[in-house]
Write a new protein. Sequence first.
Length: 76
Amino acid sequence: MPRRATAPPTVAALITRLEGLEQRILQLETGRVGPGDGRASVAKRSRAVRRCPGCGLPLRRRNGRCAACKRPLDSI
Ligand SMILES: [Zn+2]
């Protein structure tokens, strides 16, 4: 007779899962996501983009320098 791979969930385990789901629904309804969730990071990052003080373009570091104008970025 094959054994069950997983035991049936306990009431406590179901409550824990339910609380987790409620938290996720709340975050979705309010438009926020928890830390470590990548869904909100794109829009947030595009707003707070750092710009190179030398050329004013969105900063893309490359070898410690701005990728566009090659200005060293040690000072910022
Ligand atoms: Zn630059």
